[in-house]
Structure formats: structure tokens, C-alpha cells
Design a protein around this ligand. Structure first.
Ligand SMILES: NC(=O)c1ccc[n+]([C@@H]2O[C@H](COP(=O)([O-])OP(=O)(O)OC[C@H]3O[C@@H](n4cnc5c(N)ncnc54)[C@H](O)[C@@H]3O)[C@@H](O)[C@H]2O)c1
Ligand SMILES: O=C(O)[C@H](O)CO
Length: 492
């Protein structure tokens, strides 16, 4: 019999019992659950990593859903315990879910949620920080200063690497890898080489456009290359950042042999998962190559480091804090709670886990959907087919060349647009009337007539009445095919 664990209870008379294995940042997630008749129980045990037994005790005899952490081992034992207690929903408060046995969850019909998108920029920022800190030896210099060893400026004191003009290598150019690449390319004018199983088209377009912008301003343009193998990235890049998921294919992706192919003065950053790097081999490599540097946020045997790593001057180590910004952590808590709530309430699964902004708007109720359920397909869960109206306002398109969608005109900042696609002089060279017509037709067929009205009216409002309907249609981007896709999926 597992020993009891200490808990804090909110809304004791709530109909649905939701357990969180940790206190999580913010209160919005608690309020959202309470408003929907949930009794929320938060484990307050003073123990960083809960054991399987602790969690079984938390689940108890009746539990509708659990919000868990990446430090916990969610396998057969916990999913069967949750299922016995009547629970059908679990969410990690993390985007990575390598701690979850999804097959076991499938076996017990438990939906598994994760929290993509909300930590993309925050995590990329830490990877960028580690890259710069390693290149400019910031941590070593800080220690030197605090030790009272600074006795005057010297030509050779803490000389590091200039990033400008060097090559940044990204392995795993998904959400975070692409955001990191953009930061390094735009911020430090580095050239990009990346390896991913899929083409990062949007990223490529970004670098192309930025290169053109630099060239037009008389500067050396940046370039990009999609490598055909990971080894090509390792051989060519000066700074390499790892951003793949952790699975069988990425375990010990960086090993002794691969380290040996990297430049002697290269920088390696890991903000993905510890086991992506063979840490024993890494320590040996750091010892043999004092000019090789690493920035690590994650470790193979977290929370422990392999022997010798802590003593290496050429390693910067931080305790898995890449997603640790207030906005992100509160957003992760919200998404995790809404994943669980959505399943309990029988809501569909959100159609695009890369576009979770509508769930994070504190001034509006979240859509009635689970933001991201990784085994939705395996469980045959319904996916929200129609864009709820609110999503239109948040929906961003990879536009910038063929034009922008009305959603861009309405609310969205120019965060991810190619730098040469300013609002005042949009490039509409690649006008595609057929695509525009698709949107037109889908808008008419769609119950959301608002789409059409907004597409017609708002650009005019923003840009003056001289715009013709044809011009507006042309400016609606290729991604608006999604609308047509929606209509087709409804009809079929
Ligand atoms: N350190 C942290 O605090 C922190 C924070 C957020 C995410 N993460 C980790 O980062 C990972 C990536 O997050 P994301 O949101 O960018 O996910 P993502 O799914 O958008 O990106 C992962 C990318 O890795 C690629 N990939 C998969 N296998 C590969 C392989 N064998 N070789 C090369 N590329 C491969 C995928 O194609 C995908 O593009 C998460 O799974 C998580 O483990 C860590
Ligand atoms: O996978 C994740 O979300 C991170 O590791 C949390 O910081």
C-alpha cells in the first residue's frame, strides 16, 4: 500500500476529479478547471520526482484525469491505475513525452496530451544564450571575475569565437530548431545548415529573404543548406544545436565517432533531451579538445551529470530551464489542464497543435477542444474540423510572398514574417488566382460566412478603398487551401 501524499484541494464539490502531480505556475489553469466543475487536487509533497507508487496513491479509487510531469514514468502501471479509477485523460506539462509509453495509454484508452508551441521561442532563446555564452566564454569569465583574479585588460584574456559569418547547424528543425535557427541567422548573421527528416520550407524562405535583404543593403548575404545527412552538419557547422525529439532514432545521436567528425573549435548545444548525446563520450571529447565547447540544458541521467562533466571549463551546464519563462510555464500549465478537461468533457481535439494561441488568450474563453492529444488518431478521437471563429483571428499563414491572409491584417504581429515582407509594400508577384478562388468557394460553402466577409472587408479598411476584389483574392495565401480542405472534409 503506497503511503499517502500531501495535497491541496480546490473546488472540493466539483464533479470531475483532476489531479496535478505538481503545483504549476499561474492560476488560470486552476480557474479553467474549476469553472467546468472540476475538483482540482494538487500534490504538494516536498519531493522533486514522484515515484510510480506516489502517483498511484494520488490517483486513488476515482480520478477523471491527471496532469503529470516529464520526470515521471508514465507506463503500463500508471495507465492501468488511472483506467481502474475511471480516468481517460493524462497530459504531460511538456512538449516532449518520451517519459510516456503511448502504447500503454492506447491500451487503456487514455488520451495523452502535451504542450507544443507555447515553449518554442523560450526554449530557442535559451539555446541561443548557451551558444553565445559558449562562444564568448561568459561563464568562465564570470567565475574569473568573482574569484578576484582580474587585474587589468589583456589582449589574450578570454578570447572566444565571433559568430558572424560562421555556420550554425541545426539538427531537428521542427518548431524549436527553426526558431533557434532564425535567431542565430538574423541575430548574428550566421549561415545555416540543417538536418531534419522533413524539409523546413518556411525556415528556408526566411533565410533566403533575409539574405536578399542583407544583399540589398550592401552586406554579405546569409545562406542556407539542407544537409542530406547529419554528418554533413557535424562536419561543416561551427555551432551545432540539437532539437530533435528523443526516440529510438535519436538516442546517442551524438556519440564518440560523430564528435570526432566535428571541428576542433566547434560548439555543441543540447536543449532537447539528455540521451540524445552519449555523455561519457562527450566528457572524454571535452578533455581531449579544450577548444571544443558545449552548452547543456539536459543530461543523460538527469538530474545527475556523468563523472567529470562538472569539472570541465569548456562546458556550460544549466538545470533543464530552457522553457523557464513565466509566460511559457503558465501557458504550459494551461494547455495541459485544457488537454485533460477537453477529454473529460468529450470535446474534439484541436486540429492544429502548432497553432495553440487561441487557448492562451487570457481575455477570451478557450476553444472547446483539447489543444494537443498525441494519440488522438490511435484512439479515434474526433478532431475539430471547422475553424471556430476565434481561431481565424489567430491563424497565421506562411505568407509573405504570395500575400497575406486577412488574419495577418487584423491582429497578428510580424513575428515570423520574412524581413522583406513589410506591410506597406507586400510582394504579390506570385499571384495565384486559383488559390484565391479556392478560398472564395470554400468561404461560401463554409458555415463561416464571416470568413468571406472579413477577407473582403478588412484589407480594404486597412489599406484604403482602392483595392479591387481581385487584388484581395490574390493576396490570400496558398495556406488558405486549408479552408478548402475543411470544406471538403465536412462534405466528404
Ligand atoms: N530543454 C527543454 O526544456 C526543452 C523544452 C522544449 C522542448 N524540448 C525538447 O525538444 C524537442 C523538440 O521540440 P519541438 O517542439 O521543436 O518538436 P518538433 O516535433 O516541432 O521538432 C522535432 C523535430 O525533430 C525532427 N526529428 C525527429 N527525428 C529526427 C532524426 N532522427 N534526425 C533529425 N531530426 C529528427 C522532426 O522531424 C521534427 O522536425 C521535444 O521533443 C523535447 O524533447 C526541451
Ligand atoms: O519537453 C519539454 O516541454 C521541456 O523539456 C520542458 O521544459
Amino acid at each position: 500500500m503506497a503511503k499517502p501524499v500531501s495535497i491541496e484541494v480546490w473546488n472540493p464539490n466539483g464533479k470531475y476529479r483532476v489531479v496535478s502531480t505538481k503545483p504549476m505556475p499561474g492560476t488560470r489553469w486552476i480557474n479553467l478547471l474549476i469553472e467546468q466543475d472540476c475538483r482540482v487536487e494538487i500534490c504538494t509533497q516536498k519531493k522533486t520526482i514522484l515515484s510510480v507508487e506516489d502517483i498511484i496513491a494520488l490517483i486513488g479509487d476515482r480520478c477523471d484525469g491527471v496532469i503529470g510531469q516529464l520526470t515521471e514514468d508514465w507506463g503500463e502501471t500508471l495507465f492501468s491505475a488511472l483506467s481502474r479509477a475511471g480516468g481517460k485523460a493524462f497530459s504531460n506539462m511538456a512538449v516532449g513525452y518520451n517519459n510516456v509509453d503511448v502504447n500503454a495509454a492506447n491500451k487503456y484508452g487514455v488520451a495523452v496530451g502535451n504542450t507544443p508551441g507555447v515553449l518554442t521561442e523560450t526554449t530557442a532563446e535559451l539555446a541561443a544564450s548557451l551558444s553565445v555564452a559558449a562562444a564568448r566564454r561568459i561563464v568562465e569569465a564570470d567565475e574569473f571575475m568573482r574569484a578576484g583574479r582580474y587585474d587589468g585588460w589583456l589582449p589574450h584574456l578570454f578570447v572566444g569565437n565571433l559568430l558572424k559569418g560562421q555556420t550554425v547547424g541545426v539538427i531537428g528543425a521542427g518548431r524549436i530548431g527553426s526558431a533557434y535557427a532564425r535567431m542565430m541567422v538574423e541575430g548574428f548573421k550566421m549561415n545555416l545548415i540543417y538536418f531534419d527528416l522533413y524539409q523546413a520550407t518556411r525556415l528556408e524562405k526566411f533565410v533566403t529573404a533575409y539574405g536578399a535583404f542583407l544583399k540589398a543593403n550592401g552586406e554579405q548575404p546569409v545562406t542556407w543548406k539542407r544537409a542530406s545527412s547529419m554528418d554533413e552538419v557535424l562536419r561543416e557547422a561551427d555551432v551545432i544545436s540539437l532539437h530533435p525529439v528523443l526516440d529510438k532514432t535519436t538516442y546517442h545521436l551524438i556519440n564518440k565517432e560523430r564528435l570526432a567528425t566535428m571541428k576542433k573549435e566547434a560548439i555543441l548545444v543540447n536543449c532537447s533531451r539528455g540521451p540524445v548525446v552519449d555523455e561519457v563520450a562527450l566528457v572524454a571529447h571535452l578533455k581531449e579538445n579544450p577548444m571544443f565547447r558545449v552548452g547543456l540544458d539536459v543530461f543523460e541521467d538527469e538530474p545527475f551529470m556523468k563523472p567529470g562533466l562538472a569539472n570541465m571549463k569548456n562546458a556550460i551546464v544549466v538545470p533543464h530551464i530552457a522553457s523557464a519563462s513565466k509566460w511559457t510555464r503558465e501557458g504550459m500549465a494551461t494547455l495541459a489542464a485544457l488537454n485533460v478537461l477537453g477529454k473529460i468533457k468529450g470535446y474534439p481535439v484541436w486540429s492544429d497543435p502548432n497553432r495553440v494561441e487561441p487557448f492562451l488568450n487570457e481575455n477570451a474563453p478557450p476553444p472547446a477542444a483539447s489543444p494537443s492529444i498525441v494519440n488522438a488518431k490511435a484512439l479515434g478521437l474526433a478532431v475539430s474540423k471547422l475553424f471556430p471563429l476565434s481561431s481565424l483571428f489567430f491563424f497565421r499563414y506562411p505568407a509573405g510572398y504570395a500575400g497575406r491572409s486577412m488574419a495577418d491584417y487584423l491582429l497578428l504581429p510580424e513575428v515570423e514574417d520574412p524581413p522583406d515582407a513589410g506591410r506597406k509594400s507586400p510582394r504579390i508577384a506570385s499571384i495565384d488566382v486559383f488559390r484565391g478562388l479556392c478560398v472564395f468557394v470554400s468561404s461560401i460553402l463554409s458555415p463561416s460566412l464571416f470568413t468571406l466577409a472579413a477577407a473582403m472587408i478588412f484589407p480594404v479598411v486597412r489599406h484604403g478603398s482602392s483595392l479591387s476584389v481581385g487584388y484581395i483574392m490574390a493576396r490570400i495565401s496558398v495556406s488558405d487551401f486549408i479552408f478548402a480542405g475543411n470544406v471538403l472534409s465536412i462534405v466528404s
